[in-house]
Write a protein that binds this ligand. Structure first.
Ligand code: MV4
Length: 489
């Protein structure tokens, strides 16, 4: 095992990785920006290196500064977390050139899989079913129209260099295609510096089901079952659960086994996730593979008892996988929701500010991953994820009740601060969601249904502050301060 690992990330995931290192007796160093000088990770790490100003371009995305920090502290490996440089093959290569182990797949495999068009081709060769469409990038609008006519509308034009829902346009008819094609190419060029796009059949009302895999550097791999991540708004997941509900065990096994076969076939190593869409006929289609630890990994940890970050560290250190597939047992149901500092009533706009109160839930089978604390200032520089609340229970109904109970306890209050908790509650309340019968269309349906009630709920019809304790030292709620996330009963 490594003696010292550099954590090249911030927020809750920096803490998550730090804890795994501690548990394995690995010393920790964390990098931080000017905005994160008093973060929990900085306080808890053995060492901390300031690498730049708040702007991520000059700190958490600054490969040279991170490699220099690793050299300074004498770290042998770099854990990139998620986001930032976690899927940057060039960064993995720079680490290797500097004698550092990048905790993830090899740079060449990462590069081949980061390109969705190339990942699609590799996975098709490995026998994975894909949505109908082009495997090679489509060079002209005319060629795109030909592919679309062939597979039928609706189609979706996707940037080869995209991922996680960035750089894609749904096209409902042939008339719209030329514009959509040009628009997606221009956007892809602007955002990724790479204008290649491909065309796929667009699957409506499908379920987003993903498979967690672990593959070592010795040709061994296991899958850790499925997660359903269909509850997304603009490709930001809000609620995730494991295993994917309301699908026959045979279908889930087949998706998971297919995913693992694909990952091994393309030489993937580390912890990875293969995304699929499952259509109404329960057929599944490979979309993309993520070569990193994901935000929603806790739900898989809860149903398997396997610490995914420990496994990432072992795999990167060359240790052979400690499980065979028949030793992996999936137990019960885990559900997670994200607590973002955003206002669901204002198009989920970030609401940075100081957290006057921060009281996370507790209780049985309840896990909170957060870097928040009372007095913590949520800044405007980074994504708005403040906490993840994950619960486990023997069955889905109890897991959902437990998550509602946990959210009832969670008090995040500060001037101007709002969270996604009220919206998550509406998801958990939805009849279709309760039954496990929901698709990627759920969030838009809830938002459309909530449109005419938005004003009443803003006035506090749905959320109301608890009576302040007599000894309260903080000022009473004013127009600018938020109601805590508490349900009126
Ligand atoms: C799709 C799709 C339907 N058809 N591709 C979104 C995230 C990225 N990983 C892939 N995504 C999708 N790709 C085809 N061919 C549906 C999604 C999708 C989605 C689309 C609209 C609204 C919510 C969604 C949630 C998950 C996936």
């Amino acid at each position: 095992m490594f003696e010292k690992v550099l954590i090249a990330n911030r927020g809750e995931i920096a803490l998550r990785v730090l804890r795994a290192c501690r548990e394995l007796g690995v010393r920790t160093a964390v990098v931080y920006s000017a905005a994160d000088a008093d973060s929990a990770a900085v306080r808890l790490a053995d060492q901390a290196v300031r690498i730049g100003p708040a702007a991520s371009r000059r700190s958490y995305l600054n490969a040279a500064a991170i490699v220099e920090a690793a050299r300074q502290v004498g770290a042998q490996a770099v854990h990139p977390g998620y986001g930032f440089l976690s899927e940057d093959a060039d960064f993995a290569e720079i680490c290797a050139e500097n004698g550092l182990t990048f905790i993830g797949p090899s740079p060449s495999v990462m590069a081949a899989l980061a390109d969705k068009s190339s990942a699609r081709a590799l996975m098709r060769r490995a026998g994975l079913p894909l949505p109908a469409g082009s495997v090679e990038p489509v060079p002209t609008a005319a060629a795109a129209a030909e592919v679309a006519a062939d597979i039928g509308y609706p189609v979706i034009v996707k940037a080869a260099a995209g991922g996680g829902g960035r750089g894609m346009t749904v096209v409902w008819s042939a008339a719209e295609l030329p514009r959509a094609y040009a628009k997606t190419r221009a956007a892809a060029q602007a955002v990724f510096g790479d204008d290649r796009v491909y065309v796929e059949r667009y699957l409506t009302e499908a379920r987003h089901v993903e498979v967690q895999v672990l593959c070592d550097g010795h040709g061994n791999g296991v899958h850790l079952g499925t997660r359903d991540c269909s509850v997304q708004r603009r490709h930001q997941k809000l609620v995730e659960e494991a295993p994917a509900p309301a699908l026959p065990a045979g279908v889930l096994d087949s998706i998971a086994e297919t995913a693992l076969r694909g990952a091994l076939e393309v030489g993937f190593t580390g912890a990875g996730t293969l995304e699929f869409l499952v259509d109404a006929e329960e057929r599944f289609h490979f979309l993309e593979i993520n070569c990193r630890i994901q935000v929603e990994h806790p739900v898989t940890e809860m149903i398997t008892g396997i610490d995914l970050v420990h496994e990432q560290l072992h795999i990167a250190a060359g240790v052979p996988l400690r499980w065979r597939q028949d030793e992996i047992r999936l137990h019960g149901v885990a559900v997670e929701c994200r607590v973002n500092v955003e206002d669901p009533e204002r198009d989920f706009a970030p609401t940075p500010g100081r957290l006057e109160r921060f009281l996370p839930p507790g209780g049985p089978f309840t896990r909170v991953d957060t870097h928040g604390r009372p007095g913590y200032v949520v800044g405007p520089h980074y994504d708005s994820l403040l906490a993840k609340v994950a619960v486990w229970a023997p069955d889905r109904e109890l897991a959902l009740n437990r998550l509602e109970r946990a959210l009832d306890e969670f008090d995040v209050t500060g001037p101007g601060v709002r969270t996604t908790i009220p919206f998550v509650r509406r998801v958990l309340d939805d009849a279709g969601f309760r039954k496990g019968r929901y698709t990627t269309g759920l969030v838009d349906r809830l938002l459309a249904a909530g449109e005419h009630t938005a004003t009443t709920s803003q006035a506090g019809a749905h959320e109301s502050p608890p009576a302040p304790p007599v000894t309260a030292t903080c000022p009473p709620a004013t127009a600018g301060s938020s109601a805590p996330n508490r349900r009126t009963r």
